[in-house]
Design a protein around this ligand. Structure first.
Ligand code: B12
Ligand code: SF4
Length: 443
């Protein structure tokens, strides 16, 4: 039996194809391959880099789908089904909105692969694959090491993706992760993480945890185990971690060089509106002392903002940009607030009749990457789109990148740090300009 795994691209630029230059290993497909019985031949095709050989013989196709890649996923699925090959779609999108995905696949998989993927393969072999597999969510990869040989030769960034935990205990109203994991956080056995690192060839790690510091004590146990491995790692976390200096110290000692941190907004009203509780604990005036702690430890931040909440105005968005410039975050993402299906934000905007593009913006032919998909409270949708673009483009001018370079406590801390900053800030700058206004799907 042969199984073909597919990672879809988002789409294409207006006048040419889009090649993602910041592409990383698709970890979920490495996990799926590892959970597949060893007698099954596995092939991986990454639509972000290569053409999909639809006519190459295969028995079953498994596609991983997010909301942004849904449209392209359905195009790929249609091609295979036209050739009589069964397609199963799993991941974020079928878990958030199964009724839509079901229309585009022979079978859909809801939840984490760990729980029922073995059953799917068995059912396929018996010729009785079910239309829906409803699995749960839980700890990452119990007893399973990611299969990384399928990533060979694809030209991914030289960084190993892995997970210590999944989900997050907080309940931000816009967060698809909070909906997927129902506000829960699940950790993997520390010794299995260590095993995974020892098996990987590279020592630069990206823990793709949704919030690696959701549980302080669990995180400390991980960091203690990482110290002797002498790795360098980045991950994602909520800002409240600065409350526990032992945690910050262990993090730095274990090789943490940077984090994606969701600041989202500098307005207390907006933070309350979106239920971003980790940022409200102790009050927003804390950003300044919190940032001092982070800088003392030399952590290079990728600050993430979401713009368009009900208390946001054009002026508050401008102030957010100024806040980011003042703090010289090595990277900053100015994301337009996006109503992902089934999130509390989506339901609220739908109830208020404020969704644009007929609600399913991700499928609408007129929708483009980084466009506002709802009617904001204090400006028009076009003004919000424009304000976010203004932040993104201003933050990423060459002059702005140069000004941020000379930060003694972060980028200039060592040659290694400087190299990282120069490499990734220029790479992501390029992506920012390329992706804006991208079409979804290829056709
Ligand atoms: C790492 C990551 C990235 C990396 C990309 C890594 C890469 N490989 O290229 C970077 C930082 C570049 C990135 C970029 C973006 N990301 Co991102 N990213 C993630 C993150 C944190 C982890 C994904 C991951 O690898 N998880 C580990 C694997 C093992 O878990 P998994 O994907 O959940 O898969 C499990 C199950 O879902 C299931 N499963 C998955 N697929 C399949 C398929 C089958 C057949 C089966 C049976 C099961 C199955 O089994 C797996 C194992 O249990 C997720 C959060 C999340 N929890 O998903 C966000 C997330 C996927 N990203 C998101 C977004 C919005 C983006 C961006 C669009 C951001 C932006 N504005 O530019 C971009 C572009 C994404 C794209 N498709 O091109 C959103 C998507 C929301 C949605 N509703 O779809 C998420 C959910 C974050 C969030 N908080 O909302 N991202
Ligand atoms: S803290 Fe981050 S991961 Fe957790 S619910 Fe909020 S946005 Fe989602």
């Amino acid at each position: 039996m042969k199984l073909t795994l597919i990672k879809p691209n988002i789409g294409r630029m207006e006048h040419s194809l889009y090649v993602d230059e910041a592409r990383m290993e698709p970890l979920q497909l490495g996990v799926l391959a590892a959970l597949t019985p060893p007698d099954v031949e596995v092939a991986l095709y990454d639509d972000r880099i290569e053409s999909i050989p639809y006519d190459e013989p295969t028995n079953l196709v498994a596609i991983t789908a997010e909301t942004y890649t849904a449209r392209r996923t359905y195009e790929i699925s249609a091609e295979y089904r036209l050739r009589g090959i069964l397609v199963i779609i799993g991941g974020m999108q079928p878990t958030l909105i199964p009724q839509e995905v079901m229309q585009h696949a022979d079978s859909i998989y809801i939840g984490d692969a760990e729980f029922q993927w073995g059953q799917v393969i068995e059912d396929f072999r018996q010729g009785r694959m079910r239309p829906i597999y409803k699995a749960g969510v839980g700890s990452p990869q119990p007893g399973t090491l990611t299969r990384r040989d399928i990533f060979n030769g694809k030209g991914y960034l030289p960084i190993t993706l892995l997970q210590f935990s999944r989900g997050c205990r907080f309940a931000c109203n816009f967060c698809a992760v909070s909906t997927y994991f129902d506000k829960s956080h699940y950790c993997r056995a520390v010794h299995e993480v260590v095993q995974e690192i020892e098996a990987a060839e590279k020592r630069n790690l990206f823990f793709v945890d949704d919030n690696i510091l959701s549980n302080f004590e669990a995180a400390k146990a991980l960091f203690r185990a990482l110290i002797p491995l002498k790795v360098k790692w980045v991950s994602q976390a909520s800002i409240n971690f600065t409350q526990d200096l032992e945690l910050v110290d262990l993090m730095a000692k274990s090789g943490c060089i940077g984090l994606v941190v969701g600041f989202e907004s500098i307005s207390p009203q907006s933070l309350r509106w979106m239920k971003k509780s980790p940022n409200i604990i102790g009050g927003i005036k804390n950003y300044k002392p919190q940032l001092e702690i982070i800088r003392d430890y030399g952590l290079q931040l990728w600050a993430a903002f979401t713009l368009g909440h009900d208390y946001d105005t054009k002026e508050s968005i401008e102030r957010t940009l100024e806040f980011a410039m003042e703090n010289k975050f090595p990277l900053a993402a100015f994301n337009i607030l996006i109503p992902y299906p089934s999130t509390p934000l989506y339901q609220k905007l739908a109830a208020e009749g404020r969704l644009l593009y007929d609600g399913a913006w991700w499928l609408h032919p007129e929708y483009r990457f980084n466009y506002a998909a709802f009617q904001p409270k204090n400006m028009s949708a076009e003004e919000l789109t424009e304000a976010c673009w203004h932040c993104r483009s201003t933050y990423n001018t060459v002059g702005s990148l140069i000004r941020r370079t000379f930060d003694r406590r972060t980028n200039m801390r060592s040659l290694y740090r400087l190299g990282l900053y120069l490499r990734y800030s220029t790479l992501f700058r390029k992506e920012v300009f390329k992706k804006d206004g991208m079409r979804f799907g290829l056709h």
